[in-house]
Write a protein that binds this ligand. Structure first.
Ligand code: FE2
Length: 380
């Protein structure tokens, strides 16, 4: 089972990078985004450093100079090349990084048949970590392509258009509900401990806000009306000159994985910051759900577009659950130290690997981030 997950995950990352040229894979368009080549190498470094080095006797590190290039943020694992300068790493080449992947895959295949339980749980974590980077690989290359006046298409086929579900409000009676991962199966440490929260009765939309609805917000002057915005949001609108979602073009078309396409009024709006999501909700006479309202509502009959379209900003700051303690050692740096200054997003997106997310899943980004597949669902 784990062997299949590992094989499928490693193969899928390569498949996602397959449409890219070597030059594409080298691009870093902003400090928050990483080159595709770096994602291919970093996910491999994770297995090498946290699985093979401690658990496979006699494992030979592929290149002892590389860990400093491909360690992302693990202070306990040594010095690191600065994140904003990942695009300067023309060496190693993409071909050398692919050889690194093959070397680590072969060593993992040697380890798995006799791996002790702690190694197996690290392999599982490595697979889910790599799946997170699969989505980032797509969002990061899309941002890089958006900076090219040619607006290249990652996937040069026509997208399928689907009618938006008729909007309806779903009612939740509130009360004391349990939230957090209940098991069985894998979850990240930030999804627990499972605990009780008190919800007052609320309603949540059955579907995501559409591009058509968001276009109405823009047309009515939403980006020029300070009273709709949080203070930090309005300051950001002014400073950045925001007038529309990140990939909406001045001529009304929308850039995405399929290149430039006509705006589809039925499609969920995405590439929105938390600030824009809040301003839209204010304009619509509603609000964003909290992350616990979202989780409780996700099991309501009629709750659509839960995890296959766009991540959904919530009104909840990213904080530890009661009783949460990061794990000892390097893996403890995975989630806990990022629990400040970020908002939780729930659900999943069209770029999320199938089976990766779940109702208790907590994604998180700073409130001004808008290069992810991030949209919103209204609550009131
Ligand atoms: Fe990572």
């Amino acid at each position: 089972m784990l062997t299949e997950l590992l094989g499928a995950t490693r193969a899928r990352t390569l498949a996602l990078a397959a449409p890219l040229t070597d030059e594409d894979a080298q691009l870093q368009s902003m400090p928050d985004a990483s080159p595709a080549k770096w994602h291919l190498a970093h996910t491999t470094w994770f297995f090498e450093t946290l699985v093979l080095a401690p658990h496979l006797p006699g494992y030979r590190v592929f290149d002892a100079r590389w860990p400093q290039l491909f360690n992302s943020y693990y202070e306990s694992l040594g010095p690191r090349h600065a994140r904003p300068q990942r695009g300067l790493l023309s060496r190693p080449s993409l071909a050398e990084v692919k050889a690194y992947r093959a070397h680590v895959d072969a060593a993992l295949a040697d380890l798995l048949p006799s791996a002790p339980p702690p190694a197996l749980s690290r392999v599982e974590l490595g697979c889910h970590h790599e799946q997170q980077h699969q989505e980032l690989l797509l969002t990061d290359i899309l941002h890089a392509f958006s900076c090219n006046p040619l607006l290249p298409a990652y996937q040069p086929t026509r997208p399928t258009t689907v009618a938006a579900p008729e909007q309806a409000w779903l009612r939740h009676v509130g009360g004391i509900v349990e939230v957090g991962h209940a098991g069985p199966g894998f979850a990240f440490d930030n999804e627990g401990p499972r605990h009780a929260v008190l919800l007052t009765p609320f309603e949540v939309s059955n579907r995501l806000v559409t591009c058509g609805e968001y276009a109405d917000f823009i047309a009515s002057g939403g980006y020029r009306e300070p009273l709709l915005w949080l203070s930090d949001g309005w300051a950001t609108v002014q400073a950045q000159g925001w007038q529309r979602p990140l990939y909406w073009q001045p001529d009304g078309s929308v850039f995405g994985l399929h290149g430039v396409q006509p705006l589809d009024p039925n499609a969920p709006v995405m590439q929105l910051s938390f600030y824009e999501a809040c301003a839209f909700a204010e304009w619509a006479g509603a609000r964003l759900p909290t992350e616990f309202e979202w989780e409780a509502a996700a099991s309501l009959q009629g709750f659509e577009q839960a995890s296959d379209q766009a991540w959904q900003w919530t009104r909840s700051g990213y904080a530890p659950y009661p009783g949460y303690r990061p794990a000892a050692g390097a893996v403890g740096e995975y989630n806990g130290k990022f629990m400040v200054g970020q908002q939780v997003l729930r659900g999943g997106s069209l770029a999320t690997p199938p089976g990766h997310s779940r109702p208790s899943y907590r994604n998180f980004f700073p409130p001004a981030a808008r290069w992810q597949f991030s949209g919103l669902r209204l609550a009131r």
